[in-house]
Structure formats: structure tokens, C-alpha cells
Design a protein around this ligand. Structure first.
Ligand code: AKG
Ligand code: FE2
Length: 265
């Protein structure tokens, strides 16, 4: 990607906290290679409908095929030619330039998917508690409409802490958000500090990455099963287990936050 394009992406990102880069994956061949790779992984991970620790599932969707909305560490299953394709996509370079630092790495990598049409709506939340800590990138492999976020200058970005399940409910009536309308091949970059809400109604498939400072890596996603090894994460969990565990962790975090703010001086 040329220097002028990089500059314009970075300047939007610095101004608004997010940018939608149209046709980031411009070549049809590259796009199809990524789509095939993502579908291959989705099919193999979801093949026997058994939930593993790598899968993010939604508890309230009864139809099993609809439950999985994320697959962690998809890069483990990428072939070398597919990895090269991402390597050459300039994403890490953009992240380093955004942070103005060299010690930036890819932390979380996940495929987000939806194989049936229904409402996928998670809670409003931040992925980071300060600006310039996490840069989130989505590469869309299918058209997707609905992801919501607040521009950088929206006051709510500064007034809310990392939001949990219960507190998230209060934000369902928020106004003034941007709705992302992405086509195949587009890239969304946003600062993890922006308040955002995953929201879509149709099928979806995108690659999701979080870039961060090396020193933040173990803490990159407090609510994920990050500490498990790839092998361990492929083992099945009991019905809805990881979902329930996530909720409990989130709940404990809220309680600790409240105690810390009110009782510890
Ligand atoms: O798009 C999704 O389903 C989840 C994305 C997100 O906000 C997150 O994982 O923090
Ligand atoms: Fe998020």
C-alpha cells in the first residue's frame, strides 16, 4: 500500500478513532483464498457440533448451528501461503505506525461468523481502558452491516469503564453511534477504547485481530480463554460451559471494580 494511503488511514484513525478502508483486499484471488481458508476452518472446528474451548458460543440460540459466533486462534490453522497473504497486508505496519512504536504484536486473532440469519447483538463495551492500547482490525470476507461504535470525540468513551454484562444493559438505548456498512474485502480499524456494540442480522464472516504492545499480551482479552494452549482449546467443553464461565468472569470483574472504586482508598 502506498505511503499516501497509509497517511490518510492514520489521519482518519487519529481523528475519529476508527476508519473503514474500502477494498483493503483488492485482488479477487487473495480475497477468495482468505474466504476458502476461513470456511475451511469454520467447517472443521464446527464439524461435529461439539463445543470446544476455541469456540465462542451464544447461549440463547437454541439451534446448534447458530450458536458459534467466533473461533479463536484461527491462524493456527492457516497454511503458509495464507499466512503470507496476511503478512503482506500491511496491518502490523499500520498498527506500529498508529502506536508510534515498534514493540507491537498481534495478540488475539479470531474468525467471527454467523451461518444463519438472526440478530447477533452483544453488549456495549470497550476492548481497552485507555486510547492507544489496543488497535482492533476486522477484514470482512462477506458483506456486513450493523456493527456500532462511538466516534472518538463522543463523551461516553471517557465516561464508561470496561463494561460488563449487567452494566451493558443500561446502554441499549444509546444514540449517536456510527453503523458500519462493510463490503467484502473492506477493513475496519478502530481503537479498542471506543465504545462499541457487535450487532448484525445476516450471515457474516470476518477476520478479527487485536494489535497491542508486547507488554500487554497476556492481558489482551481479559474475558477470553487466552491462557489455554491451542491443543487444550480444541477439547470439548460441556454444554454451554465456556459461555457460562465467561459470564461468571465478567460478573466477578464487575464486583471487583465496584469494590475497588468504592471501598479501597
Ligand atoms: O463482532 C463480535 O461478535 C464481537 C466483537 C467484539 O467486540 C469483541 O470481541 O470484543
Ligand atoms: Fe469488542
Amino acid at each position: 500500500m502506498c505511503e499516501a494511503k497509509h497517511e490518510s488511514i492514520l489521519s482518519s484513525l487519529n481523528r475519529d478513532g476508527y476508519v473503514l478502508v474500502k477494498k483493503f483486499i483488492n485482488s479477487k484471488t487473495d480475497l477468495h483464498c482468505l474466504i476458502d481458508a476461513a470456511n475451511r476452518i469454520v467447517n472443521s472446528v464446527c464439524e461435529n457440533e461439539q463445543i470446544t474451548k476455541r469456540m465462542r458460543v451464544n447461549g440463547h440460540h437454541k439451534r446448534k448451528r447458530a450458536r458459534t459466533w467466533g473461533i479463536d486462534d484461527f491462524l493456527c490453522d492457516f497454511r503458509i501461503d495464507e499466512l503470507r497473504l496476511l503478512d503482506s497486508s500491511d496491518l502490523l505496519l499500520l498498527a506500529k505506525r498508529y502506536f508510534s512504536r515498534q514493540d507491537i504484536s498481534l495478540g488475539l486473532n479470531r474468525i467471527h461468523l454467523q451461518r444463519l440469519e438472526y440478530l447477533h447483538k452483544l453488549f456495549w463495551h470497550h476492548d481497552a481502558d485507555r486510547f492507544n492500547t489496543n488497535l482492533v482490525a476486522n477484514i470482512y470476507l462477506a458483506p456486513e452491516i450493523g456493527f456500532r461504535l462511538m466516534r472518538k470525540n463522543h463523551p461516553i468513551n471517557n465516561e464508561t469503564n470496561l463494561v460488563s454484562v449487567s452494566r451493558g444493559e443500561y446502554f441499549s438505548l444509546l444514540r449517536g453511534y456510527q453503523t458500519i456498512e462493510a463490503d467484502q474485502g473492506d477493513l475496519l480499524l478502530f481503537d479498542g477504547r471506543l465504545f462499541h456494540q457487535p450487532y448484525n442480522r445476516k450471515k457474516r464472516l470476518h477476520l478479527h485481530f487485536v494489535f497491542t504492545r508486547n507488554s500487554n499480551l497476556p492481558a489482551i482479552d481479559r474475558f477470553s480463554n487466552y491462557k489455554f494452549s491451542c491443543e487444550d482449546r480444541n477439547t470439548p467443553v460441556t454444554h454451554g460451559g465456556s459461555f457460562v464461565l465467561t459470564k461468571i468472569r465478567q460478573f466477578v470483574k464487575v464486583v471487583l471494580d465496584v469494590v475497588e472504586r468504592n471501598f479501597i482508598h
